[in-house]
Ligand binder design. Structure first.
Ligand code: NDP
Length: 466
């Protein structure tokens, strides 16, 4: 009999999603490019999962397509980039009008916009679907961010919603995000926010390590994780801090060079293009880039004459508050970025719904995300909420303490610093941009507005004459 759903690509994610589909009673066909002598991907997948009777495997794309009920519903789960186009080109000759292709990879939203309109011309529905939750999420329930046409989404909604994680009320962590590339855009920003959430924890770990063992840090984080600060990333960090290999902590042996697959980079580039000051996620991205200069760092560290001062032992309550503050500001910047993109692309993003589908299944799920559902229902600007503003205001001395502790202990805390600078500037009525405007007018006659004249009137001055 025909399968209800097809998955192309049996990598980490494709395998897990296929099992998730099959477990939810969805007859599934899977395909991976042809088996070479050394890689029997499809047959070994079928062998390892022979208890699932509703999975059929193929190494032949035409047979794979022929095994699907029409309209065909096909999830492509391969390496993002040009390979997606390649796979679509391979598929197209076998598809008919009204078939549905879902790209579940981390594709750039501009590529998704292009593929969406190209495939529309062929009568094929195209859904760019952000998937978060890693291997475990894919297997047990990911957070899904589908974008495309609402009618296309309707055709696959029951299937996607059945495999998605569920929120606290039992609703699926999957909702139609918006047209064309909106789903992949939102997934990209999710990852940008994730970079910052991870780096904040890394900076805290570095700072705490100056006076605490991994186990004691894990205890502290556990107490935070039992509060409003709880999150999946904090939870896994506790496990990581505790993991031992013999007598040693495994973390102490992990090389300090951070990798990335590009979605953080895209988020920051997009923020630059949209004119949104997402400096927190960008600091986190630069911190990863900087870590890659391991050899130079080692050489320069050897040259450094002055000994690390045994400085200030940080006040733990202050660090906790500073962490809360930086996280709120990171979420605020991420949501602002989505709002701006929504306005520019007419996506009509529902930020509260996006927060809701990020409360389970995805990597940045947290208590604050849960709280944000309600905040974002009444305003898309988190800072406009009096209780959030009050929290940030009262936390200022604590983030100053964190930054001072970092500086005295020679621990870089760029991401906290970026969050604090953002907060200072956003709550400063008069910034030194007057000097920037004067400089621009001086050398380039770019003109300026005046505080003592109506807005949108532009003046030029001869700055070098007395
Ligand atoms: P893997 O590297 O595990 O799998 C990649 C898949 O792509 C394999 O099935 C591979 O086939 C296939 N592939 C690679 N090159 C080609 C090609 N030229 N033609 C056809 N197929 C090809 O990746 P993941 O499963 O981790 O990721 C898949 C997608 O999901 C990516 O876009 C990724 O960014 C995204 N993603 C990943 C997450 C994760 O946590 N891993 C989370 C969310 C999204 P073969 O085995 O034959 O090489």
């Amino acid at each position: 009999s025909k399968s209800q759903f097809g998955v192309i690509g049996l990598g980490v994610m494709g395998k897990s999603l296929s099992l998730n589909l099959a477990e939810n009673g969805i007859d599934t066909s899977v395909y991976n490019r042809s088996e070479g002598n050394e890689a029997h991907v499809v047959s070994s997948f079928l062998e390892h999962n022979s208890s699932f009777k509703n999975i059929q495997g193929f190494t032949n794309i035409d047979q794979f397509v022929a095994s699907l009920a029409t309209p065909r519903k096909i999830l492509i789960m391969v390496k993002a980039g040009a390979i997606i186009d390649l796979v679509i080109d391979q598929l197209l000759p076998y598809l008919s009008a009204n078939d549905i292709i879902i790209d579940g990879g981390n594709s750039h939203y501009n590529d998704t916009q292009r593929r969406y309109s190209d495939l529309n011309k062929n009568g094929i529905h195209f859904i760019g679907c952000g998937v978060s939750g890693g291997e475990e999420g894919a297997r047990k329930g990911p957070s899904l961010m589908p974008g495309g046409h609402p009618q296309s989404y309707k055709l696959v909604a029951p299937i996607l919603e059945s495999i998605a994680a569920k929120d606290t009320k039992g609703n699926p962590c999957c909702t139609f995000i918006g047209k064309d590339g909106a789903g992949h855009f939102v997934k990209m920003i999710h990852n940008g926010m994730e970079y910052a959430e991870m780096q904040l924890l890394a900076e805290l770990y570095a700072l705490l390590s100056t006076s605490m063992t991994n186990e004691v840090i894990a205890e502290l984080f556990t107490s935070w994780n039992n509060s409003d600060l709880s999150s999946y990333l904090l939870e896994i960090t506790i496990d990581i801090l505790r993991k031992k290999e013999g007598d040693d902590y495994l973390l102490d042996k992990v090389l300090d060079k951070a990798g990335n697959k590009g979605t953080g980079n895209w988020s920051s580039k997009t923020a630059l293009d949209l004119g949104v000051p997402a400096n927190i996620m960008t600091s986190a991205l630069f911190a990863r880039y900087l870590s890659a200069f391991k050899t130079s760092r080692e050489q320069l560290a050897k040259q450094l004459n002055h000994k690390k001062s045994k400085g200030l032992t940080p006040d733990l309550k202050a660090l906790e508050n500073a962490y809360r503050m930086a996280r709120i500001l990171n979420h605020h910047q991420g949501f602002q970025l989505m709002q701006q993109a929504s306005d520019v692309n007419s996506w009509e993003l529902n930020l509260s719904e996006i927060a809701r589908i990020w409360t389970n299944g995805c990597i940045i799920r947290s208590q604050f995300m849960e709280d944000s559902i309600l905040y974002l229902k009444s305003s898309n600007d988190l800072l406009s909420h009096p209780s959030i503003f009050k929290t940030l205001e009262t936390t200022e001395p604590d983030i100053i303490h964190l930054i001072q502790s970092g500086m005295i202990n020679r621990v870089a805390v760029d991401t906290f610093w970026s969050a604090y600078n953002y907060w200072i500037s956003m709550t400063t009525d008069r910034l030194p941009a007057n000097l920037i405007q004067a400089q621009r007018d001086y050398f380039g006659a770019h003109t300026f507005e005046r505080t003592d004249a109506p807005l949108n009137q532009f003046f030029h001055a001869n700055w070098d004459s007395a």
